[in-house]
Design a protein around this ligand. Structure first.
Ligand SMILES: NC(=O)c1ccc[n+]([C@@H]2O[C@H](COP(=O)([O-])OP(=O)(O)OC[C@H]3O[C@@H](n4cnc5c(N)ncnc54)[C@H](O)[C@@H]3O)[C@@H](O)[C@H]2O)c1
Length: 436
């Protein structure tokens, strides 16, 4: 039987009522998790036979974090396989995890996989759960293969970097549902207890009356750059520095700002916006080492009911920062990450907090143990769509309609048969309106 966070049967048209159910059940699940020291599926008898085997694809910072979150969620798991494009990342991760979570590690040499096909080799082992934590470009093929091979999936955001990738993930998500397998998204704020409680105030308690507009900001400093080495091919350079190549990351609007766009989607009952326009560019990160991504975007999304989200993201040091979704209503305003409602009905969230990263894994493993699969496919596809249509609107300088972008055939990166080390031209920095 499906449970909380399951997408609606129609990929495109969930109702507000369905959201409220999702949010309140997620909040209730969170409250249950808070009330216990060990948030695992209680009442489930653990034996060696019950051990869930977990494999990680993408052995970077988030991947290692996700593995640790999984060990907090369920004490009867083993990490049995690791995969990464690069051997040094598999080796580093295996070494670090062997120190940090030694009791959970059972990764043999022949379960360490590298290269472009590493995801297939890992999925072909007897793992029960796969954690998809590589750069997003590769996710659609990883999702497709994992769903085909009947695995439970934790899938980091964003889920693709172009519309064909999104459609591939939509299909894979349906397959997970048909197979009765869980699919949990790394859009972690959906599992944050304070955010759930605040959403509940807005959407169920009507604490700010009717929503009139949203202001979605992810304004932050610059992120890492991993330099270059003489023996790296162009493809290796780009994959090591994947943030700066839009075919790999989706650009910062998808790679980072998606968290804020997803809150707007959630506020709109997971109803997709109908159109967007936007602008953006690069002012500070102009060196060629930064590939072809922008360093700021301003995008406006409009829903069928006329409500708009005004959205800004920037990665520039020395500037004012804000990571927040401010919501304006007929009776007051709310600030989602501050967990605050102002206006006619003042409200603050004060309960004890638990890491949202842990909660998403609590829910994933609990759903597996209870045989009640979660499927977050709907919103993770839609929020990726929002980010990518915003990117395309800003790159081109054109208005983009949801229905148009949904059927867009342009692929931003190479097809799997072309994945190889060597030269790769990622294309120029986009100029709105063209170069003439
Ligand atoms: N939910 C969150 O709050 C959150 C936080 C950080 C990162 N993320 C997401 O997690 C993902 C990974 O981010 P990260 O910070 O760990 O990056 P990272 O660079 O530290 O790790 C990515 C790893 O994937 C590997 N990789 C590259 N291409 C691969 C391929 N084809 N197959 C397998 N592995 C491949 C890289 O070598 C690297 O080790 C991204 O999608 C990112 O947006 C989410």
């Amino acid at each position: 039987m499906p449970q909380a966070n399951q997408p609606n049967k129609s990929v495109n048209k969930p109702s507000r009522r369905q959201f409220v159910k999702t949010a309140s059940v997620a909040a209730a699940a969170g409250a249950a998790a808070m009330s216990t020291e060990l948030p695992i599926a209680h009442g489930f008898h653990h034996s060696v036979d019950d051990t869930l085997k977990v494999g990680l694809i993408g052995c970077g910072g988030r991947g290692r974090g996700a593995v640790v979150n999984a060990t907090h969620a369920d004490k009867n798991i083993k990490i049995t396989a690791l995969a990464d494009a690069f051997k040094d990342k598999v080796d580093e991760t295996r070494e670090l995890l062997n120190i940090d979570i030694a009791d959970f590690m059972d990764v043999k040499d022949d379960h360490c996989f590298t290269g472009f096909d590493c995801y297939k080799q890992l999925i072909d082992t007897d793992v029960d759960v796969v954690l998809l934590c590589s750069p997003p470009f590769f996710r659609p093929w990883q999702m497709e293969y994992a769903a085909k091979k009947n695995k439970h999936i934790f899938c980091e955001k964003p889920i693709a970097t172009d519309a064909p990738g999104i459609r591939r993930v939509m299909e894979a998500s349906k397959k997970c549902m048909e197979n009765g397998k869980s699919l949990v998204s790394g859009l972690c704020w959906r599992y944050d207890l304070g955010v759930n409680a605040t959403m509940n105030q807005i959407l169920e308690e009507k604490a700010i009356g009717d929503i009139t507009a949203m202001e979605a900001n992810y304004l932050t400093g610059e992120l890492w750059h991993r330099g270059s080495k003489p023996d790296w091919s162009q493809m290796e350079y780009q994959m090591r520095n994947w943030l700066y190549f839009n075919w790999l990351s989706g650009d910062l609007i998808a790679e980072q700002h998606i968290h804020t766009l997803d809150k707007c989607l959630w506020l709109m009952g997971d109803e997709a916006p109908v159109r967007c326009y936007g602008l953006g560019g690069r002012q500070k990160r102009i060196d060629s080492k930064y590939g072809n991504t922008y360093d700021h975007f301003a995008t406006v999304y409009e829903w069928a009911n006329g409500i708009k989200a005004f959205s800004h993201c920037r990665q520039m040091s020395g500037c004012w920062s804000e990571n927040e979704c401010n919501v304006f209503g007929t009776k007051g305003n709310a600030h989602i990450l501050k967990h605050v409602v102002d206006g006619e009905m003042e409200w603050r969230y004060t309960d004890r907090k638990r890491s949202m990263y842990d909660v998403e894994h609590d829910q994933l493993f609990k759903s597996i143990r209870n045989g009640e699969p979660i499927n977050n496919g709907d919103y993770m596809c839609k929020s990726t769509m929002m980010a990518l249509m915003g990117r395309e609107a800003s790159y081109t300088g054109q208005e983009i309609l949801w229905e148009e972008y949904l059927t867009d055939d342009a692929m931003v990166g190479p097809a799997p048969e072309e994945w190889k080390w060597g030269d790769y031209d990622a294309g120029p920095v986009a100029i709105p309106g063209g170069r003439s």
